[in-house]
Structures are given as structure tokens and as C-alpha cells.
Design a binder for this molecule. Structure first.
Ligand SMILES: *Cc1c(COP(=O)(O)O)cnc(C)c1O
Length: 960
């Protein structure tokens, strides 16, 4: 390589952990002589990729930033008044810098290990409290993917509540008011069809609701901006025994009577305008609240209050086993990854502004809307909505002239389907902006009409019955941290309680917690990427389209497929979109009866959940003793269901971390019986550049960009789950109402925005661009190297479950901890908690096998870090041995008491048979970088028995 080629390839050395010297030592520990021979032993020759990946060569970080800056300038930042659930917002700088751009917040894993996650758990509890207060409903989850899918989740929840018996649907109908956001309507259509829900569109005022309905949705304020009083309608729906969800707006709710007070059973919407950039569609947190009766059926994660081993208050994810997708084929939702990071940002926005600050923002928006309404009416415009918070819909005679003037002035309005002009104001709108809008409407007269902006909100344009009188955000956390110093310290205090990738490796099997490089993240903060509305005219988003087209091509090359949809917002959404694509393909061929989906027993819970949502019938395929799919059972089931076979969902390498040699036989059998092969791409980090879904015979796959392609996990989201397909499926990929896809009769959107959480696609684009074809392939090889090195170090002391025929694992492996239950009464959880004392996050627990941990180191960790982790596990093995040998008590030992907090270690009393040093510093390296869990072991049952999922009322604090 020349000096300059070396410079271009430099990023590889930054992304991949082991150095050349370390590789030699690691190979010799494994007992192979080269990386190529390790890969040869691990991946069956029959499916190896022969050619190198067709990707552009690597570029340096510096060059990438320069280029992507240029591309960004092809996006035009217009002043946008398009609204419809997406608004300009001011991200407080203190939050931008300390949360959004801070790896201490964005590299965290989902808070399953509560003791080292108390910071984000507190922030998510703040989020739930904020949502619950503003919507006036008691139970909130910790975010969903976007407003449209949140509405669909409410619909599905109501449907299954009132139609308990799936084979006898007595209430198939769901009423949809005409004035909900168009993209929400679209997603409802998509989600309703496969599960037999009948949507009835109409005007809520004249709707006849009878006992064939299970529910209804209305928008508050509606898509025209009108603030409607739905109280009587809700009564009517309740009289028919059905439920109502109100899609709503958090900023408006600071002024409007809450959905709970109006009698709604659920509320949903987007928290985007609470300080999260537009980003051409996302990522943003959607919110979801319900009445108490739905607390066990609400989809998504809920943070709850419990106690720790010391009797102190501690937070945890509540009702974890109730997580919808864990119910597999009994699930009514597949939600897994959500939008935790963005929920945290929105919560911090409320902490920063407080109730008074939020209301002041809402007042300003409302006053400006009021002035604008007056001015436009003076100019002769007809106001279509008589009431409003921030949005006006107007009818004018000089529409074409107005739109031309707006274009010239760099202003975007919305054109409604009736041809009216919609204008949504927001936090960034100034009195000067109102003058500019008025000038655009004033096409005949050059003298701009004067406007007067009131100094105080009168709420004259909000029906009196809907004025908000109930308090919100009274909790101290929303009334304390209003100076920047306090705010900065509050965020830092929480950050310090959480173990993130900036502390140590997080070896989460199946979740691929690799480096999220700073250069990959930086463009997200640039306004030419962040300030673009998802429904901006196509002519203004050429930069986005270029980046998206390039990324689509890269992903097609990597998967050996032909077409790609970047719409799904998570892996599970990708599964759903992929299965719908299969379904639509069969429907088009007149084979709509093909609905049986085979799913191996080891599959992730989202697989069966997604299949059921796509209207498919799940048939489980057995596994063999060695973890391979039982091909005989598969053949028998494929034969049995051949007339109705839709296909199979496989994960490859399997969730057991092995490349099955039989995979091509499997895909062949399915094709032979007329089915399609869906590949779950969660383990793509073991395939890139070495093999591909297209090469093993799959027809469609999703990719978790937040696993393999460097999007950070964000503490439980954001994510992106694009799907790639073979050519024959391409016509059936999801489409979107906002794309000029006029060839399609029916839209089948799976997300609110055409490209899902478009702005974070930049991260994967940067990752692939900077590594290039060789680099991404090397990332895979080093991921497999790192996993096998750890396996080789650990297998002398632990049973490793399931290895390939040559004794190697793929990019992850499963350590069996079940034997220690018999020999020492030690559970997998004890080992997980003890790892915290060594400064590590536990690997994936009890998936896919209960009582085990699954370790996935990724390519980004170097040998020293892998060694520290192995040393920790081996040291824990010695601690277990001491229990086995009766040198340590079965009940009182460092594992059962783990994790040990600073408070426990420094307490005057120390009643244990082992020393404080053994407890807190069991190995030398820990002294260098001690991470203290902020609470002792969290009690799982107390929290579930007594579910509290909002901040406790102020009185609770005053007592303590
Ligand atoms: C992570 C994962 C999923 C789900 O992806 P989300 O982005 O969390 O929805 C599905 N299957 C497997 C095997 C996974 O590891």
C-alpha cells in the first residue's frame, strides 16, 4: 500500500481492536495458524463469497466528513411549516452536548442490568412521568417507534382485548376519524389488514358506533389544526363497549384539557418537538399511555420502582416477562428496540424547561398563530379550522401565487388533500417569521400588512371546555434543574451511574455492541441533515436521496440481494415489513392461502410475534442436540403444510452462534414446497464479506443497523431495520404516501416517515464508506477471531454449548452456567451481577438457552480488554469452586451478594466471611478503573407486584 492508500485505510485500524502482534498470540491460543484458516474452519466452503464486495474503497475520516458535508449542502434548509407531527424545535445546547453527542448516553445497552443502569432508568421514569402527566393517563411506556406505529399498537391492543378468541371475531371494526395525520392512516391500513381488522373512516361527529366496533382513533388537535371536544364521542364509543385512543401533541397539552380528563382509554403521539431534531423523519420517541386496566397489555418497555438488597429505592424494567415479543406467537406486538435515547432527550427538555417554561413556549406559539390567523383573514383568506393551537388551514383564491412566493422566500407549507394550505408554527417561529408568511400571502399588494402580536395568550381560539386546568410536572425533578450548571450536573450525575462502552466492553450476544465512532456520529448534528422535515418537497432533499441511494446499494452488495427498503425503524419492524413483502408477493400470484411460517424453536421472540402480526400461522421446527435445525422435522413440516406454506424464518449464523452446514438444504426444501426464506439479520456481523443471505438461498432479510452497522444502541434505541430482497420481491416492498409512487394503488407503509429514522442512516453510511469492502470484511473476520479467542480461553473451565463441526464458534458463543446450580447453588444471574464488581456488563442472559450467557465481543475490542473479561469470568469460576469445596458459604458469598456498592463496602458493619477487598477489588486491574454499581441487587418481584411507573408524588419525597 502506498502512503496515501494507507491513510485512506486508516479507519480500519481505529475500528478494529487487535493489533497484528496480538493476532498472532490469539491465533496460537486458538490453535490455528492463520486468520484465513480460522475462517475456513468456521464458515462452510459451499456458502463462501468468492468475489470481494462491490463497495467503494475506504476513505479517511477527514475525507469522509468533507464529502458528506458537500452532500449535505444538496439538502435545502427551508423554513418549514409543514407540521403533521413533525415540528422545528430548539435542542437546548446543554442537552445536545451532554446527551445527544455524549457516548456516556448513546452507547448504553437496554437497561436489563438495572444496578448499572440507574441513570437512564431515572431519566426514562422522568419521561414516563412527563407523558403520564400531560396526557392525564396513569401508565406510560418508555417509548415506541413513531406516532403512526404507536397508533397501530393502540389499535392492536384494543382489538385483542375485546376479541379474546381469535377464531371468533365479534368486534372487527375500528373507527378512524378523517382528520388524523395521513401517515398514521396509512400505517393503520397496513397493520389492520393482515389481522382482520376492518377500518371505518368518517367524521367522528356523525359516526355511528355499535357493538361491532372495538375502538376508535381521533387526533387532538386534528390534522387541520382544529381543537375538537371529543368528550361526547368518547361517551358514545364507551356506550358501545369499545375504546378510544387519542393521538395528540405534548406541547398543545400544556394548554389543553388532557385525553385522560376527556375520558380516553389511551393516548399516543410523538415527543419529537420536545427538543429532538427533525432529521428527515427521525429518530424520535413516540409516546403511549393507557388507563390502569391496560397495564399488563401495554406494548413496549415500562420502567418501574422497586427496592435493592439494602432496602433502598431502585429502578428497573418492570414486568419484563410481559414484554410483548417474549410471548412469541401469543404476542400482539413485536416491539423490542424502541427510542430510549430520544425519550431521554425529550425528558431532559422537560426537566430543563419545567412546566412554566413549557407553557411559555406553548403560549408564544399560540399567540403567534392567533396573530397570523387575523392577518391572513384580513388579506381575504378563509380559515378552515375555527379553533387551533399552532396550526392553521386556510383557503385562498391566489393559491398558486402564494405557493410561488413561498418557494421564492424559502418557505414550505403543507398542501392538504382538499388543496388548502396548512401552516404549523412552532417553538422557533418568531414575530418576524409571521411577517414573512403574511408577505407571502399578500401577493397583490407590496406593502406588507402590519400585524400585532399580543403580549399574553388569551386562548380565545381554544374552546373554553378544553382549557387545561389540571396541573402537570409538579414533581421536583421538573422544578429544580433550570440553570445550565444544575442541568449539566444532573445529566452528569445520571450518566455516572450507567456503564457504557466508554467504560468497558459490553459483550451482548446477538446485539453486537461495537464501536460507534465519533466521525460516524458527527454529521447528525449538522443542520443540513438535522433540520429537514420528512415531507419536505423532493427537490429540497437531494442530499438525503444521494446518501440513501448509496447506502441501499452498499446493503444490496453486502446481502447479495437486489433491492432495499430503508423504511423499517427497528429489527422487528424489518421482520414485519419483510413478511408483508412475502405476503403481498403471494397475494399478487393468487396464492393468498400461503400463510404458514415455519420458525425454529431457537428463534428470537420477535420472529413469531412479527409473523402473527403479518397474519401468518406459526409452526415451530425442532432443534437437534447440537443446536442445528432438525432437518427431518423441517422436511416433515414443510411436506405437511406444503399447500399453505409461506416459508421459514431463520437466523444465520443461528442464535446458537454456529454456521449450520445444512443451511442450503434448508432453503432448498422450503423453495421446493413453494415457500420463501426470511433471514433474520441480527447475526450479520458474522457474515459481511464472507458469505451473504443471497448466497445461502434466502429471499429477504432485515439488517439491524444498530447492531452490525455501528448505529449506537442508545440505551434501548434508536435503531433501523432495513430489508433487502431478491428481485422477484422488489415490487412488494413497503411504499409511502409521501413518495411519488403513483404506480401503486394501495400504500403499505410500516413507518410514519418514508425512510424511517433517516438521519441515523448516516452512521451506517459512514461506517461502510470509511471501512470499504476489505474493511467491513475484516471487521467480520476479527469479530470471529475475538469470539474464538475468548472461547479458547474459557473452554477449559466452562462448558461451551454448541460449536460448529470443526470446534469453532461464529462471532458469539454460549457459556453454560446451569451446572453450577447443582454444584454450588449459583444461578446465571449471580454470575451476571458479580461481573459488575469486576467492572463489566453481563453478556446476554438466558437467550437463546435459559441458564446460560451468550458472549459476543465484536471486532472493536483489543486483546487486553478480552483478557480482562476472560480473567474476570475465570476468577468468578474460582469463587464458585470455593463454594463447591465448602470453603465459601452457599448463601453468603461474593456472587450471591453481588453487586457490592460503595456504601456496602465502606459501611462500619461488614458481616461477611470474605473480605471487602475480595468483594470490590477481586483482581488487580480493577484498581485502575473501578466502576461502582449505584445500587445493590434489585428485587425483581417487589417491583412487579406493586407497579409504580411514574416518579413518586412530592409527598413521598417530603416524608423521606
Ligand atoms: C435484536 C434482535 C431482533 C430484534 O431487533 P430490534 O431492533 O430489537 O427490533 C430480532 N432477532 C434477533 C436474533 C435479534 O438479536
Amino acid at each position: 500500500m502506498s502512503l496515501f492508500e494507507q491513510q485512506n485505510a486508516e479507519f480500519q485500524g481505529r475500528h478494529i481492536g487487535p493489533t497484528a502482534d496480538e493476532v498472532q498470540q490469539m491465533l496460537s491460543t486458538i490453535g490455528v495458524d492463520s486468520l484465513e484458516s480460522l475462517i475456513g474452519k468456521t464458515i462452510p466452503q459451499s456458502i463462501r463469497m468468492q468475489d470481494s464486495l462491490d463497495l467503494p474503497g475506504p476513505v479517511s475520516e477527514y475525507d469522509y466528513l468533507k464529502r458528506i458535508k458537500e452532500v449535505s449542502l444538496d439538502n435545502k434548509v427551508f423554513k418549514t411549516y409543514i407540521g403533521q407531527g413533525y415540528y422545528n424545535t430548539i435542542v437546548p445546547s446543554v442537552i445536545l452536548r451532554n446527551v445527544f453527542e455524549n457516548p456516556g448516553w448513546y452507547t448504553q445497552y437496554t437497561p436489563y442490568q438495572a444496578e448499572i443502569s440507574q441513570g437512564r432508568l431515572e431519566s426514562l421514569l422522568n419521561y414516563q412521568t412527563m407523558i403520564s402527566d400531560l396526557t392525564g393517563l396513569p401508565i406510560a411506556n418508555a417509548s415506541l417507534l413513531d406516532e403512526a406505529t404507536a397508533a397501530a399498537e393502540a389499535m392492536a391492543m384494543f382489538f385483542s382485548t375485546l376479541n379474546k378468541n381469535a377464531s371468533n371475531i365479534t368486534r372487527p371494526k375500528f373507527f378512524v376519524d378523517n382528520y388524523i395525520f395521513p401517515q398514521t392512516k396509512d400505517v393503520l391500513v397496513t397493520r389492520a389488514l393482515p389481522i382482520g381488522i376492518e377500518l371505518v373512516f368518517g367524521d367522528y361527529q356523525s359516526a355511528e358506533i355499535d357493538q361491532t366496533y372495538f375502538g376508535a382513533i381521533v387526533q387532538y388537535p386534528n390534522s387541520q389544526g382544529s381543537v375538537e371536544d371529543y368528550a361526547a364521542f368518547i361517551h358514545k364509543v364507551h356506550d358501545a363497549g369499545a375504546y378510544v385512543v387519542m393521538a395528540t401533541d405534548l406541547l398543545a397539552l400544556t394548554l389543553l384539557k388532557s385525553p385522560g380528563e376527556l375520558g380516553a382509554d389511551a393516548a399516543c403521539g410523538s415527543a419529537q418537538r420536545f427538543g429532538v431534531p427533525l432529521g428527515f423523519g427521525g429518530p424520535h420517541a413516540a409516546f403511549f399511555t393507557v388507563k390502569d386496566e391496560f397495564k399488563r397489555t401495554i406494548p413496549g418497555r415500562i420502567i418501574g420502582i422497586s427496592v435493592d438488597s439494602q432496602g433502598n429505592k431502585a429502578l428497573r424494567m418492570a414486568l419484563q416477562t410481559r414484554e410483548q415479543h417474549i410471548k412469541r406467537e401469543k404476542a400482539t406486538s413485536n416491539i423490542c428496540t424502541a427510542q430510549a435515547l430520544l425519550a431521554n432527550m425529550a425528558a431532559m427538555y422537560a426537566v430543563f424547561h419545567g412546566p412554566k417554561g413549557l407553557k411559555a413556549i406553548a403560549d408564544r406559539v399560540n399567540v403567534l398563530a392567533d396573530s397570523l390567523a387575523d392577518a391572513l383573514q384580513t388579506l381575504g383568506a378563509e380559515l378552515i379550522n375555527k379553533s387551533f393551537f399552532d396550526t392553521l388551514t386556510v383557503k385562498v383564491n391566489n393559491k398558486e401565487a402564494v405557493l410561488a412566493a413561498a418557494g421564492a422566500a424559502g418557505i414550505n407549507f403543507r398542501i392538504t388533500k382538499e388543496g388548502y394550505i396548512g401552516i404549523s408554527l412552532d417553538e422557533t417561529t418568531s414575530p418576524k417569521d409571521i411577517l414573512d408568511i403574511v408577505a407571502v400571502f399578500n401577493t397583490t399588494d407590496n406593502t406588507a400588512a402590519g400585524i400585532t402580536v399580543a403580549n399574553e395568550a388569551t386562548y380565545e381560539n381554544i374552546p373554553v371546555s378544553l382549557h387545561r386546568n389540571s396541573p402537570y410536572l409538579t414533581h421536583p425533578v421538573f422544578n429544580t434543574h433550570h440553570s445550565e450548571t444544575q442541568m449539566m450536573r444532573y445529566m452528569k450525575k445520571l450518566e455516572n451511574k450507567d456503564l457504557s462502552l466508554n467504560t468497558s466492553m459490553i459483550s451482548l450476544g446477538s446485539c453486537t455492541m461495537k464501536l460507534n465512532a465519533a466521525t460516524e456520529m458527527m454529521p447528525l448534528s449538522w443542520s443540513h441533515w438535522s433540520s429537514i422535515h420528512p415531507f419536505a418537497p423532493k427537490t429540497q432533499v437531494a442530499g438525503y436521496h444521494q446518501m440513501i441511494d448509496e447506502l441501499s446499494r452498499y446493503l444490496c452488495a453486502i446481502t447479495a440481494f437486489d433491492a432495499c427498503s430503508l423504511q423499517p425503524n427497528s429489527g422487528a419492524q424489518g421482520e414485519y415489513a419483510g413478511l408483508l413483502t412475502i405476503r403481498n408477493y403471494f397475494n399478487a400470484r393468487g396464492e393468498s392461502h400461503r400463510t404458514v411460517m415455519l420458525i425454529p424453536i431457537s428463534a428470537h421472540g420477535t420472529n413469531p410475534a412479527s409473523a402473527v402480526m403479518a397474519g401468518m400461522k406459526v409452526v415451530v421446527v425442532k432443534a437437534l442436540e447440537n443446536g442445528y435445525i432438525d432437518v427431518d422435522d423441517l422436511k416433515a413440516k414443510a411436506e405437511q403444510y406444503k399447500d399453505n406454506l409461506a416459508g421459514i424464518m431463520i437466523t444465520y449464523p443461528s442464535t446458537y452462534g454456529i454456521f449450520e452446514e445444512s443451511v442450503k438444504d434448508i432453503t432448498q426444501i422450503i423453495h421446493q414446497y413453494g415457500g420463501q426464506v426470511y433471514m433474520d439479520g441480527a447475526n450479520m456481523n458474522a457474515q459481511v464479506g464472507l458469505t451473504a443471505p443471497g448466497l445461502i438461498g434466502a429471499d429477504v432479510c432485515h439488517l439491524n443497523l444498530h447492531k452490525t452497522f455501528a448505529i449506537p444502541h442508545g440505551g434501548g434505541g434508536p435503531g433501523m431495520g432495513p430489508i433487502c430482497v431478491k428481485a422477484h420481491l422488489a415490487p412488494y416492498l413497503p411504499s409511502h404516501i409521501e413518495e411519488d409512487n403513483s404506480s401503486k394503488e394501495a400504500y403499505d407503509a410500516v413507518s410514519a416517515a418514508p425512510f424511517g429514522s433517516a438521519s441515523i442512516l448516516l452512521i451506517s453510511h459512514a461506517y461502510i464508506s470509511m471501512l470499504g469492502g476489505e474493511g467491513v470484511k475484516n471487521a467480520t473476520q476479527y469479530a470471529i477471531l475475538n469470539a474464538n479467542y475468548m472461547r479458547a480461553r474459557l473452554e477449559k473451565e466452562f462448558d461451551i454449548l454448541y460449536l460448529g463441526n470443526n470446534g469453532t464458534c461464529a462471532h458469539e458463543f454460549i457459556v453454560d452456567l446451569r451446572p453450577f446450580k447443582k454444584t454450588a447453588e449459583i444461578e446465571a444471574e449471580d454470575v451476571a451481577k458479580r461481573l459488575m464488581d469486576y467492572g463489566f456488563h453481563a453478556p446476554t442472559m438466558s437467550f437463546p438457552v435459559p441458564g446460560t450467557i451468550m458472549i459476543e465481543p465484536t471486532e472493536s475490542e483489543n486483546k487486553a480488554e478480552l483478557d480482562r473479561f476472560c480473567d474476570a469470568l475465570l476468577s468468578i469460576r474460582e469463587e464458585i469452586r470455593a463454594i463447591e469445596n465448602n470453603q465459601m458459604d452457599k448463601a453468603d458469598n461474593p456472587l450471591k451478594n453481588a453487586p457490592h456498592t460503595q456504601f456496602m463496602i465502606t459501611a462500619t458493619d461488614w458481616a461477611h466471611a470474605y473480605t471487602r477487598e475480595q468483594a470490590a477489588y477481586p483482581l488487580e486491574f480493577i484498581k485502575e478503573n473501578k466502576f461502582w454499581p449505584s445500587v445493590g441487587r434489585v428485587n425483581n418481584t417487589v417491583g412487579d407486584r406493586n407497579l409504580i411507573c411514574t416518579c413518586e408524588p412530592v409527598e413521598a419525597y417530603m416524608e423521606s
